[in-house]
Design a protein around this ligand. Sequence first.
Ligand code: ZN
Length: 314
Amino acid sequence: MARAESPVEERGTSAAWREHRGAALDREGTFRVIECEACGFRHVVPLPDAEELRDVYRHEYYAVEKPLYLERSREDEPWWRVVHGERFETFEELLGPGRRRALDVGSGPGVFLAVGEERGWETLGVEPSEQAAAYARGRGLDVVEHFLAPELAPELGTFDAVHLNEVLEHLPDPRGHLALCRELLSPGGVICVAVPNDHRPFQAVLREAAGYAPWWVAPPHHLNYFDFDSLARLFESAGFEVVRRETSFPIDLFLLMGEDYVGDDALGRSCHARRRRFEERMEAAGAGGLKRALYAKLAELGIGRHAILYGRKT
Ligand SMILES: [Zn+2]
């Protein structure tokens, strides 16, 4: 992997950009991914303007950038229900009885909230996208159409569980966001963060052995590129003790076996359908526990599509 050792010098629009320094790993357009010494995780520089990003996520993200997202979420809902059901199982195990208030930050189409309500949880979603918030409200779910912001936090109350699924990689200040989540948790409350597990071992194999470019680098939507270790460091610095480490299916197995879905949406959907079938068959056979044990082993190896950490408020 080529590494430029010189500090990054581009001028960004973020006021704090000068503090972000480290070896550049990848480049995409005008962005570089750096191993940021100040932050302790990889992220792009220059960081886009926070206000511009907020406009994109409010009005455009599901309408322009991800027009098929809500439709695909409907197609995939039975599978998502299993994924989110397992997250609630873990929350329930870690929290014990009687603690059943959950906040979903970036609640999207609301499947996590719906699953929680059915399990007897009291749930609230925060979602900046007007399309996604309207969709979830149409299902009778309680969703605040907003970003999780310091001025909003005091109005939300406190929670035993806070969930962020594929949110932290999009945010210019993930540490500040986790600090806000911490304020919203009751003593001993638990946070679950799922982010893409990037620069993971199988991606390195694909770069070395098959000449793949870093296809996962996707600014300005993905600003941060976490792995298990950098996410764990961020948790600790934000006042959380890591109590569980999970992952999802290592989707790049398909690439390693020659199914080149990068840039091929139809093949990507087909590979997704196959891993869904694997998980659904395991569930149908009552082998969901075996699947989770397998994924826990993959998480120990740093392999798997997502880095999923649970942290307890310290
Ligand atoms: Zn940084």
